[in-house]
Design a protein around this ligand. Structure first.
Ligand code: MN
Length: 498
């Protein structure tokens, strides 16, 4: 473990973290080991290694010191012997808040209903309860390590956790623009959730992967040679489509398991220093390999995708007329594409450390001290900058969401309500018919007063009377939704006129 910790420190130094911050990280490591002393994970590793692995991921993603410390500490209260007060005393309220956030979102679990709308609500709820985007990133790092060590768990748990990963965590990573993380989560979960399908696609794809693998190796050599002749320093990654997304594609009716119809089974990715070199590289690729008519070139550098993604894609005929997708982008575009929001966080914190030149101040630019901007503000800035995507904005709009809570019905359906909503509001949100039979309410299995303030993640159950009855006038004192207020009013007036 200590060697792994040294590796982590190396990454942090490379990221340009200050000595003071690194001291904090060392302290967090000591704290984690104490809090989890003598505790083992089910895979027999010391428990503290789990915090270490999460912190390591966060460092790779270039996150700030508070996130990395919280990555270490995220289980020290719930699983270890630490108290919240210890964390506040040693690392401050900011870190304690991040740990609270991780604990809160850990309670969000996939339940019975798996309809798309329900799952979408769960993802929204995740963002709403996280409050701080860094909480989502810590949770993703936590989940990655849990998935890597999933084989140690009993099979029932494996299935549930893997399914949650496929339905909630991988899409969250995708939404944050973290393509590589999404692919890794998908493929870690795939064999647990769909074992037979996994085996089928793995067996059948092997021969195709092998062939295309040889083709792209050959192409890589040729292209690198030509680029060198143009004096362009380039790196070429070869990438195979990840198994889970291959399976999803093979299952589409228009593909119907015909591998020949899959054009992105393997891809070449050419990374260069600047945009001009991207276009030179495109010329070289097309000189060597003819572009496929009609499928052709997509220039997402000239026209970035709504989520900010930039790259040139071209489909060309490789050896044996095999279609191979080639992506060309700069290193910076690549970092953004792979790590999404995390990369942005990293880049803007680097920018923050650069001194702003007096020229820029004279020109009225960049007078803002980035360090003083809160994360939420920075996120908002960033959204303005790169994202018009409605879907993305929906997902990360904290302000709109932080005034909402999400409550489950006993069947597992999710209802969105304003903060301070009560079981009576909930009943009216479900159906007026239900509200007409209110006798009492249970939250998470315990009887509560009807004025109880519901919290996100609560399961709310209305205990029903035998016969419908008039609403109680007192309910008007605590309901917060317009629907409930209006309907109660209406019923009471009806009663008076009788
Ligand atoms: Mn954990």
């Amino acid at each position: 473990m200590e060697n792994e910790f040294k590796e982590l420190i190396k990454i942090l130094k490379k990221n340009g973290m200050s000595e003071d911050d690194i001291k904090m990280v060392r302290k967090a490591w000591r704290f984690t080991k104490l809090a989890h002393a003598d505790q083992l994970r089910l895979n027999k590793e010391p428990f503290a290694s789990h915090g270490l692995r999460a912190a390591e991921k966060l460092a790779e993603w270039g996150l700030d010191v508070d996130s990395i410390v919280a990555g270490f500490l995220h289980d020290t209260i719930e699983e270890g012997v630490a108290k919240r007060k210890d964390i506040v005393d040693e690392f401050g309220e900011k870190v304690a808040k991040l740990v609270d956030g991780v604990t809160k979102v850990s309670d969000i679990k996939l339940r019975a209903s798996r309809e798309e709308e329900f799952v979408e609500n769960l993802r929204k709820m995740f963002f709403a309860m996280a409050e701080d985007l860094r909480v989502v990133l810590i949770k993703l790092a936590d989940r990655l390590h849990n998935m890597q060590t999933l084989s140690a768990l009993p099979s029932e748990k494996q299935k549930r956790i893997a399914r949650e990963t496929l339905e909630i965590y991988a899409p969250l990573a995708e939404r944050l623009g973290m393509g590589a993380v999404k692919a890794e989560l998908d493929d870690l979960a795939f064999p647990y959730v769909y074992p037979d399908e996994f085996k089928k696609v793995k067996d059948q794809s092997a021969v195709h992967y092998k062939k295309v693998g040889e083709h792209i190796k050959m192409m890589k050599r040729k292209i690198l040679k030509e680029l060198a002749r143009e004096k362009i320093r380039a790196k070429i990654d070869t990438r195979k489509k990840h198994l889970y997304s291959l399976w999803r594609k093979l299952e589409r009716p228009e593909i119907n398991w015909e591998f020949e119809k899959i054009y992105d089974l393997a891809a070449l990715r050419i990374l260069v220093d600047n945009v001009a070199q991207c276009y030179t590289a495109l010329g070289i690729v097309h000189r060597l390999y003819k572009p496929v008519p009609h499928l052709g070139v997509s220039d997402f550098i000239a026209q970035p995708k709504p989520n900010g993604y930039q790259s040139i894609h071209t489909k060309v005929f490789g050896p044996e007329k095999q279609v191979v997708e080639t992506q060309i982008r700069t290193n910076e575009m690549h970092e953004q594409a792979e790590f999404g929001v995390a990369a942005h966080w990293h880049l803007s914190s680097l920018k923050a450390k650069e001194k702003i030149s007096s020229k820029e101040i004279d020109e009225g630019k960049a007078v803002v001290d980035m360090q003083k901007l809160s994360w939420a503000k920075q996120l908002a800035e960033w959204q303005k900058e790169i994202s018009d995507s409605k879907e993305f904005l929906e997902a990360v709009k904290f302000d709109a969401l932080s005034s909402r809570i999400f409550v489950f019905s006993p069947k597992g359906d999710v209802f969105e309500l304003p903060v301070s909503a009560t079981p009576v509001d909930y009943a009216y949100a479900v159906h007026t018919d239900l509200a007409n039979y209110i006798k009492g309410a249970k939250v998470d299995g315990k009887v509560v007063p009807l004025s109880y303030k519901l919290k996100s993640g609560n399961v709310c159950e209305i205990m029903k009377t035998k016969n419908p009855r008039e609403p109680n006038r007192d309910w008007l004192d605590f309901v917060v939704t317009n629907t409930a207020r209006k309907k109660i009013d209406k019923e009471l007036r009806k009663g008076n006129n009788r």
